[in-house]
Design a protein around this ligand. Structure first.
Ligand code: SF4
Length: 408
């Protein structure tokens, strides 16, 4: 598994696989190109990158990263590719091709490449799954994920996670104060006013404590998801599309439930380890595993963070993560017209509510009924399900709600 810094990335929405990763690929290609004489660059997007590149702002992200260059971006959704998020960068001198590199977007802003070793990020945790992590912790007498992570991360990780939390909270506050509509190239089907602030104003006046909690969580999750869809700065948690779930849980615990910023920062260790395990063994990209990989993972991470903050032990934290993921299995990725708006923004709100429910199950159901499904089991099930999903349900805007609303 890689550093938590590679899971919680800082960047602009709307899509870590379609904007942050392509920007990173462009930067890697420029490094490769440094010594090579050229006068233009052509970038080709394949698979889901081509199908939903316009709505996800991919070309703009690449052109910004290549801004000193004469560059063009074209979409090729027809040529079959082995990986659904493939892009090639090719430099020319006149008509002669002088350098070509291929990059794959892996989800959450990470890339890899068959021909650019600098694009490959290295593992720092020598573990494959939760079972091996928990066995190590038991042998070493560790009873929290922070102590575990500090054995493998650089010492600056604590400060990095402090910044991560600050940026998450800033995104919520920006989103609650934002006005106007989420930009979608004047697409009449996607007129989405920034409603997070209005939901919050309604929520703080609700008297029923359960309804108030649910609407506050919704407003916080919407605040980040609307910011991400508007191309504003967020933290991947684990992706841009699902970036509202975990911050909503943490913000609620600090603002409404008396937890400190330090406690919320420490909860990021636990949430991050679970996100990392999904990323390593299945996927966190909608284009690879469907929305179960994004919102399902984010909801697991939120459930773990909340369980940690509420003092549940490691087994119950794992139960909460498993429970949250289990009930998102099979969720397809079907963004209407390729914009991260419908169903994505609302899914962040629902993801946060399911995080809370999973925590309640870990708190109250776990002692009564033995759970038969481990977190590793559910991650494996999620991978199998994702592998079986047709490409129409994996961020191509060809199936599900995208097929129905897209035709109207
Ligand atoms: S449907 Fe889910 S996975 Fe797909 S773009 Fe929206 S949030 Fe991401």
């Amino acid at each position: 598994m890689k550093s938590l810094k590679k899971l919680f990335r800082f960047g602009a929405g709307p899509s870590s696989s379609h904007t942050i990763a392509p920007s990173l690929a462009a930067a890697c290609f420029l490094t490769q190109l440094a010594e090579t004489k050229h006068d233009s660059i052509e970038v080709t997007l394949y698979g889901a990158l081509a199908c939903t590149g316009i709505g996800h702002g991919t070309a703009m992200a690449i052109l910004q990263a290549l801004r000193q260059e004469k560059a063009t971006v074209k979409e090729d959704g027809k040529t079959p590719v082995a990986h659904p998020l493939t892009m090639t960068f090719e430099a020319f001198l006149g008509k002669e091709a002088v350098l070509k590199r291929t990059y794959l977007s892996l989800g959450g802003g990470e890339i890899t490449s068959p021909d650019d070793p600098n694009a490959i990020e290295r593992d720092i945790y020598p573990f494959r799954d939760l079972n091996s992590v928990l066995s190590y912790m038991e042998n070493e007498g560790l009873d929290d994920f922070k102590s575990f992570a500090l054995r493998f991360e650089n010492p600056d990780i604590d400060e990095y996670l402090r910044q991560t939390l600050a940026r998450m909270f800033q995104a919520i506050e920006n989103g609650l104060n934002a006005k106007g509509i989420v930009p979608a190239n004047n697409n009449p089907k996607l007129v989405w006013p920034r409603v997070a602030g209005s939901i919050y104003q309604k929520a703080i006046k609700i008297e029923d404590p359960d309804a108030k909690r649910e609407m506050l969580l919704t407003s916080y999750a919407y605040a980040v998801a609307e910011s991400s869809a508007s191309g504003e700065q967020i933290v991947t948690a684990p992706t841009c599309g699902s970036s509202g779930v975990l911050p909503a849980i943490l913000y609620y615990e600090v603002k409404q439930n008396g937890k400190t910023l330090e406690q919320a920062k420490d909860a990021l260790y636990a949430a991050g380890i679970f996100g990392n395990i999904v990323k390593q063994n299945a996927s966190i990209a909608g284009a690879i595993g469907g929305c179960q990989a994004e919102i399902g993972t984010a909801s697991s991470m939120g459930a773990v963070a909340l369980s940690y903050l509420e003092g549940l032990d490691l087994k119950r934290q794992a139960f909460a993560a498993e429970c949250a993921m289990e009930h998102f299995l099979g969720l397809s990725c079907d963004p209407v017209d390729g914009y991260v708006i419908i169903p994505c923004i609302e899914r962040n709100g629902m993801g946060a509510l399911r995080s809370y429910d999973a925590y309640l199950y870990a708190q109250y159901v776990y002692p009564i009924r033995k759970n038969q499904v481990s977190f590793d089991d559910v991650v494996y099930a999620m991978k199998m399900t994702g592998d079986s999903l047709a490409s129409a349900y994996k961020e191509t805007a060809e199936g599900g709600l995208a097929a129905i609303l897209g035709k109207k």
